[in-house]
Ligand binder design. Structure first.
Ligand code: NAP
Ligand code: MG
Length: 399
């Protein structure tokens, strides 16, 4: 059998610990035997980030801008303990944060659904994708603990010196204060990423805020989405047979629970933080959650939603057998390869990515799975617990 050839390289970002091991196994077992794999390799493993003064992370992000599609392994975000463990010269920033700052854009998270692992919400038949605006609001606010009586004001000094001033509260005793902001530019790029991704995946888009209470702040989000939709996307949505739907956040929560799934739910930063944990937990397992960063210029970076699975790695280093689920990491690869095939007009590549996803899902549906899924399993076939590598080999056989 001849291998599928590629035209443009994928930006490959290697990572750390258990996922670094799975990364290599996925390539060897499921990709290299079938594809003449073309990648531009960046080692984002913590030792190499240290060696390069984290320049490698910046280079990888720039390469993503150049080529358009990247696939990333989970990486360690160092804390004090990691500085000690890896003898780091400094506490390097989160690679995901660095990449997001360079590419901009929105993170879309969606669960991989298989028959036999049922969402806690009975009527969810299709995945729900959460699109989180990862900028501003409470994550970049100024706070003040009010010690006692006094007047709090909101003051804006324009570049020309003119001042806007309004009273927030006349305090008669102690309390708290918070100042939040967002930018039209960031909200607009959030909106465009969401509309674009809805078209890419042919799903309806929902967006919700609390605009009835926050008549300026939240309403600005609503207005910018509406304006961009009317000007740039209404026709495209009609052609694709999908809809854009705006409602109040409380109404959205109720509708999401009663829905069958199969749509994208765009959330402001805080709502997305909270709701993505709720949705992913209700769908089953963190190891079955995919994640893609879509930039407003149309660059894509695919990854798993989970981390480097440190506890499994330490057990692996002690020589114990571990059963780590490679599904989300595998789907990062298939997502990236499928997108590359689409952009370069290589239908065999896109078809291969789809077949590989199908084979992986069917492997679980046949009862072969990693340990994390065994407790969730409600399928007919008895659950057979295997290691990550055995699981990949079972997929290969089915493929
Ligand atoms: P984690 O790696 O996601 O693992 C947390 C726990 O979830 C694991 O101990 C395991 O539970 C379960 N789990 C996650 N993925 C699994 C998989 N594929 N198969 C089976 N079980 C899985 O989170 P963490 O332990 O908080 O973080 C570890 C490191 O990852 C940290 O250094 C953090 O900075 C980094 N991190 C990176 C990213 C990223 O690169 N995107 C995201 C998050 C965290 P059991 O132990 O109960 O089996
Ligand atoms: Mg959270």
């Amino acid at each position: 059998m001849s291998k599928i050839s590629m035209r443009t390289p994928l930006v490959e970002m290697d990572g750390d610990e258990m996922t670094r091991i799975l990364w290599k196994q996925i390539k060897e077992e499921l990709l290299e035997p079938y594809i003449d794999l073309k990648t531009e390799y960046y080692d984002l493993g913590l030792p190499h980030r240290e060696e390069t003064g984290d320049q490698v992370t910046i280079d990888a992000a720039q390469a993503t801008k150049k080529y358009g599609v990247a696939v990333k392994c989970a990486t360690i975000t160092p804390n004090a303990q990691r500085v000690e463990e890896y003898k780091l010269s400094q506490m390097w920033k989160s690679p995901n944060g660095t990449i997001r700052a360079i590419l901009d854009g929105t993170v879309f998270r969606a669960p991989i659904m298989v028959r036999g692992i049922n969402p806690v919400v009975k009527n969810w038949e299709k995945p729900i994708t959460i699109a989180r605006h990862a900028f501003g609001d409470v994550y970049k606010c100024a706070e003040y603990r009010v010690p006692g009586p006094g007047k709090a004001e909101l003051v804006f000094t324009a570049a020309d010196g003119t001042e806007h001033r309004q009273t927030i509260q006349n305090f008669t005793g102690p309390g708290v204060l918070q100042g939040q902001f967002n930018l039209d530019k960031s909200i607009a790029s959030f909106a465009r990423s969401c509309f674009q991704y809805a078209l890419d995946t042919c799903q309806d888009l929902w967006f919700a805020t609390k605009d009835t209470i926050s008549k300026l702040y939240d309403h600005t989000f609503k207005d910018i989405f509406a304006e961009i939709f009317e000007k740039e996307y209404r026709e495209k949505f009609e052609k694709a047979g999908i809809t854009y739907f705006y409602t109040l956040i409380d109404d959205a929560v109720a509708r999401v629970i009663r829905s069958k799934g199969g749509f994208i739910w765009a959330c402001k930063n805080y709502d997305g933080d909270v709701m993505s944990d709720m949705v992913s937990t209700a769908f089953g397992s963190l190891a079955m959650m995919t994640s893609v960063l879509v930039s407003p210029e149309g660059n894509y970076e695919y990854e798993a939603a989970h981390g480097t699975v440190t506890q499994h790695y330490y057990r692996h280093l002690r020589g114990e057998e571990v059963s780590t689920n490679p599904m989300a990491t595998l789907f990062a690869w298939t997502g990236a390869l499928g997108k590359r095939g689409e952009l370069d007009g290589i239908p065999e590549l896109t078809a291969f990515a789809q077949k590989l996803e199908r084979a992986a899902i069917e492997t679980i549906e046949s009862g072969v799975m990693t340990g994390d899924l065994v407790g969730l399993w409600e399928g007919e076939a008895p659950a057979q617990k295997v290691t990550g590598l055995e699981f990949l080999r079972a997929i290969r056989e089915r493929l």
